[in-house]
Design a protein around this ligand. Structure first.
Ligand code: KG4
Ligand code: ZN
Length: 326
């Protein structure tokens, strides 16, 4: 079974091909350079760029996959959440293609895509498990009880984890996206030199908070601490905070398998810290942690490939809680 997956929820055009649950092609046209000079994503520019590249990228994916469009069995695209103008480009393209080919069209929730990306090379793992999505736009912790059954345990009260990396990087005069830059600078610094507290220390629940941390970074810069030391401490504290919430959720639910996905999952300090917890951790393979189309095809494969319903009538949605997905 061949599934084409499309994601245009934010600033990257993602097109992927999955055959019987295995990723065959994963193409991402990055818009990083386009938005870099603005220090963040400009929605109008993102939509325009998606429109320019989507068709060529789909053709390239089919070529690389060695199949013709009529051989596709199913077409899946991200319905939401995301920037509505950006979402509409890939979603409408996917619907049009499905309609023209007479194939089922499946609407996928962006966060479901992130979750199943972590299982791309571990098809034997089955629910229940915990899933942490830490990206530029989301920080959500779910309990996945069965395929397609998600219980939200906690989310960020303010900024997303990746957003905190991006904003702190900007304050430190580093480029965008900030996560990898902070990670690199932190290697040269000593976290012990900067007094920065772990957010929500002593809480009972599963909430995250990163905006205070960003403010604390601004203060530390004003006070003249060395940028590398600030980066090191910021990263340490962010990682500690995420780990505390995840390990508490594992203890409370009794679940010992944790999927960690989204751009921040690539952070080596986070991976090392979580690995020390003794939990069974699953991270997405290279290229599947950040936004991409293959993860959308994987989610469609896991949740809807058995009995695909044509979802051409469902509208795209900028705001879309995961438990209300079709
Ligand atoms: O998953 P993604 O493409 O974003 C959304 O779907 O929103 O991830 C991008 C985010 C950015 O905020 C970026 O700074 C962060 O992931 N990121 C990292 C690292 N690599 C990317 N954060 C920390 N450490 C990294 N190595
Ligand atoms: Zn994402």
């Amino acid at each position: 079974m061949w599934i084409l997956g499309i994601d245009t929820s934010c600033d990257d055009t993602g097109v992927g091909l999955v055959r019987d649950g295995t990723v065959v092609v994963n193409l991402v046209a990055s818009q990083t350079l386009l938005h870099q000079r603005y220090g963040g994503v400009v929605p109008e520019l993102a939509s325009r760029e998606h429109t320019q590249v989507i068709d060529g990228l789909v053709q390239q994916a089919l070529e690389e996959g060695g199949i013709e469009a009529p051989a596709l069995d199913l077409i899946a695209a991200t319905r939401g959440p995301g920037l509505i103008g950006a979402l509409l480009v890939g979603y409408t393209y996917g619907k049009g293609l499905a309609f023209a080919l007479g194939k089922p069209f499946v609407a996928v929730h962006h966060l479901e895509g992130h979750i199943y990306a972590a299982l791309a090379e571990q098809p034997e793992v089955t629910p229940p498990f915990l899933a942490l999505i830490a990206s530029g736009g989301h920080t959500h912790l779910f309990e996945v009880r069965s395929w397609g059954n998600y219980q939200l345990l906690g989310a960020t009260l303010d900024d997303a984890a990746g957003e905190a990396f991006d904003k702190s990087a900007r304050l430190l005069g580093l480029g965008y996206p900030g996560g990898p830059q902070i990670e690199q600078l932190a290697r040269q610094g000593d976290a012990r030199n900067v007094p920065l507290g772990v957010p929500l220390q002593g809480q009972e629940g599963f909430a995250f908070s990163f905006s205070g941390l960003k403010t604390a970074v601004a203060r530390a810069i004003e006070k003249g601490y060395a940028p590398a030391d600030i980066a090191a401490r910021f990263q340490q504290v962010a990682v500690e905070h995420i780990s505390q919430v995840v390990t508490r959720a594992a203890q409370r639910t009794g679940l010992t398998t944790v999927l960690v996905t989204g751009g921040v999952a690539q952070n080596a300090a986070l991976q090392a810290h979580l690995r020390a917890s003794g939990l069974r951790l699953l991270f997405p393979p290279r290229g599947l942690a950040t936004d991409n189309g293959a993860m959308i095809a994987l989610a469609a494969w896991r949740t809807q490939a058995q009995h695909p319903q044509n979802q051409l009538e469902l509208p795209a949605a900028a705001y879309l809680p995961l438990n209300r997905t079709a």
